[in-house]
Design a protein around this ligand. Structure first.
Ligand code: GDP
Ligand code: MG
Length: 297
């Protein structure tokens, strides 16, 4: 059993070491207001860590910049606790100029690289705290059309700094067929614009079941997600996390209804180690090389 099959499957000894060294996975959520970021965070943690925010009154003074908020909580995976940091970015997309939405986020990611770099340069490097962003979940509005200018601009500027995981927000507002077509459209828009999203590695040397699982997760990108922080009762009497409609209940944890489970699985199981490794060995390393070159070192 190797690291990339997930935190709870790590050998005990490794896990203890990871916990002692402050094992953390940091995930950022980005997307326009109202697309369900806070709700998805709560769904991921299965608790209300992110209070819902009242929509701004049209006459209210608007925030002058995108906020960057850190939420830290435990998540349980097969009975094992994993500390997850979520960076929420309320205000993204609220500006006339897209650059004003993207810049604060790029700065945050680079500041965290910087913080890591200065710790590496310390003489005593024993206790490096890794606050780098290992994944960025980017919420796409469920329009069924193509990506918007702000989506393309954000992802183009960020794709070589962070592992991008695009998701279709509020997927319960689209039919299965619409989602299927929209996914294809998004992938071709991304390719056309030269945007690289996170590639989920498939390890052929693992057992068949794990390979099949990993392939299924990889194939579902961009994940069509549904979030809900309340319970719903299905027509057949089950109590589930979901959203109630006159015709029935969309179940968050039902793979036939949406890809939420696959997103969660990618983050805390299938690709947890890949996300950390790719951040460290490729994204951070490239940033570091460029930075040191620019400084003439
Ligand atoms: P944020 O601004 O991106 O953080 O969005 P919120 O999480 O505050 O959600 C905005 C509104 O959308 C709330 O009324 C939520 O109940 C609703 N919402 C959140 N997730 C979903 C979803 O998956 N489907 C639908 N239909 N509504 C959702
Ligand atoms: Mg929010």
């Amino acid at each position: 059993i190797t690291g990339h099959v997930g935190f709870s499957n790590l050998p005990n000894q490794v896990r203890r070491k990871s916990v002692k060294e402050g094992f953390r996975l940091t995930v950022m959520v980005v997307g326009e207001s109202g697309l369900g970021k806070s709700t998805l965070i709560n769904t991921l943690f299965n608790s209300t860590v992110c209070a819902p925010r009242e929509p701004l009154h049209p006459a209210a003074e608007r925030p002058k910049t995108v906020a960057v908020e850190n939420i830290e909580a435990d998540i349980e995976e097969n009975g094992v606790r994993l500390r997850l940091n979520v960076v929420d970015t309320p205000g993204f997309g609220d500006f006339v100029d897209n650059g004003e939405s993207c810049n604060p986020i790029l700065e945050t990611i680079e500041q965290r690289f910087d913080a890591y770099l200065s710790q590496e340069h310390r003489v005593r490097r024993a206790k490096i705290v890794d606050t780098r962003v290992h994944a960025c979940i980017y919420f796409i509005q469920p329009t069924g059309h193509s990506l918007k200018q702000i989506d393309i601009e954000f992802m183009r500027r960020l794709h070589n700094k962070v592992n991008l995981i695009p998701v279709i927000a509020k997927a319960d507002t689209m039919t299965d067929e619409e989602i299927f077509d929209f996914k294809e459209r998004i992938l071709s828009d991304l390719a056309f614009n030269g945007i690289c999203i996170f590639q989920a590695a498939i390890y052929e040397d693992e057992d068949e079941e794990s390979v099949a699982e990993a392939e299924e997760v990889a194939r579902a990108i961009p994940f069509a997600v549904v979030g809900s922080d309340r319970a719903a009762r299905t027509p057949d009497g089950r109590v589930v996390r979901g959203r109630t409609y006159p015709w029935g209940v969309v179940e968050v944890d039902n793979p036939a209804h949406c890809d939420f489970g696959k997103l969660r699985q990618m983050l805390v199981r299938t690709n947890l180690e890949d996300l950390r490794e790719h951040t460290n060995q490729v994204l951070y390393e490239n940033w570091r090389t460029e930075k040191l070159l620019a400084m003439g070192i």
